[in-house]
Design a protein around this ligand. Sequence first.
Ligand code: MN
Length: 130
Amino acid sequence: MGSNVLYIEDNPDNMMLVKRALESRGYTLLEAPNGLTGVASAEQREVDLILLDINLPDIDGYEVARRIRASGKTALAYVPIIAITANALKGDAEKALSAGCDVYMSKPINIRELWARVEAYVPAPNPKFS
Ligand code: MN
């Protein structure tokens, strides 16, 4: 099993935070700065889990999730998708889940929550480096 995590996020500070947090556990982070690049990366690369920002500059995260689930690449029907958004309203969580996301996390990103949520789907290559 691989440990490639694709993070679709337009905010460079969040990207850097998550990159450091996941690389410290041995994951490989694939970066996509907008929705369309994210969908293309999911189709072209070997991806074991997707972290998905909802507020993106082109298509929003809900649309990204729908396109990923509708892809002709079979693995993308099952790849875990964790939605991450600043819109911590109840309706947003439901919208993310109905768009095809598996779970929902709200910003600001809590690193321990992030590790726990990712590890629930993809075991950490370096679990003891906390
Ligand atoms: Mn954003």
